[in-house]
Write a protein that binds this ligand. Structure first.
Ligand code: BV8
Length: 243
């Protein structure tokens, strides 16, 4: 399908998944050797798993927090291209990420929703405080706010929990003229349902940029397959050249 003229005065919504961070050195979930091939998501990414063995879950996120804060883990050209798009697209860009890493922020994106939470934050179940956290957590770690131990958990959305800022995301999907899905398998809902919601309104052009076709590939008007660090900068260049 040829791409229609995208009015630069109208907003864009971008959805990203683990694939955009893969070339930065972070594992994806469902590719060969991915996170879910090493540990059962039921054990480490559900409230039931946390109740059953909280220290196992804390260590799963401690290991990912330690990896993310290693110096060689840096934003890649795809993250930087999206930060540039936000700066230069007159109609505004909302970046909705399923990722819990901070690579979009570090690349300069600010209009950003972490719908599955953030690895570098924790939440206290005793006082509901949400705080930045880059160190290890155990069930003995006291909350700096209420001083009580045993209540600190990753500020991450597990399976069966409601993703964050869904109203803001829904409003953005309703008003966008371009929806771009990058680096996601389209396997996890409700994120995987966003493209269908946008198509239903019939006012936006939908694009998939991925290493290979996602579960929802047939729902996109346009698709390009290859590494995000190559596809995303080219795609953003094309959008901005037309301004
Ligand atoms: C909820 C935790 C409801 C943080 C994650 C229908 C409707 C609603 C819900 C459901 C539904 N059907 C089923 C459900 C339940 C469930 C679900 O979707 N299950 C799946 C398994 C079928 N959904 C939920 O439970 C959600 N909650 O719906 O709540 C509710 C209602 C009322 C009240 C309470 C609750 C919660 C979902 C969030 C779960 N948490 N993670 C963490 O530990 O990270 S999700 C997990 O998968 C990851 O966080 C990740 O964000 C997410 C999606 O994975 P992807 O990012 O797509 O990664 P993946 O590896 O799968 O794919 C990578 C892609 O990149 C590949 O396509 C690959 O080709 C590509 N790629 C690789 N390298 C590159 C590349 N592309 C470009 N360049 C490269 N270099």
């Amino acid at each position: 399908m040829t791409r229609p003229i995208i009015s630069p005065t109208r907003p864009i919504v971008v959805l990203t998944g683990a694939g955009i961070s893969q070339e930065s050195g972070l594992d994806t979930f469902r590719c060969a050797g991915g996170v879910w091939s090493k540990v059962r998501l039921e054990d480490v990414a559900t409230p039931e798993g946390f109740r059953r063995d909280p220290e196992l879950v804390q260590e799963f996120y401690n290991a990912r927090r330690r990896s993310l804060t290693e110096p060689h883990i840096q934003p890649n050209p795809a993250h930087h291209a999206l930060a540039r798009l936000e700066k230069e697209w007159p109609g505004g860009v909302l970046l909705v990420t399923q990722n819990i890493d901070d690579l979009h922020e570090r690349a300069g994106s600010t209009q950003l929703v972490h719908m599955h939470g953030e690895l570098l934050k924790v939440r206290c179940l005793r006082c509901d405080d949400i705080m930045p956290w880059a160190r290890d957590v155990t069930m003995d770690t006291p909350c700096p706010q209420c001083r009580r131990a045993g209540g600190i958990r990753p500020h991450v959305v597990w399976f069966g929990e409601m993703p964050l800022e869904m109203d803001r995301i829904g409003d953005a999907l309703d008003g966008c003229v371009l929806f771009v899905s990058i680096g996601t398998s389209g396997h996890v809902y409700p994120a995987a349902g966003f493209v269908a919601a946008v198509r239903q309104r019939g006012l936006a052009h939908t694009v998939e940029l991925n290493l290979d076709p996602s579960d929802g590939a047939s729902l996109f008007n346009e698709a390009q397959y290859g590494p995000a660090s190559e596809l995303v900068p080219e795609f953003v260049d094309e959008l901005l050249t037309g301004l």
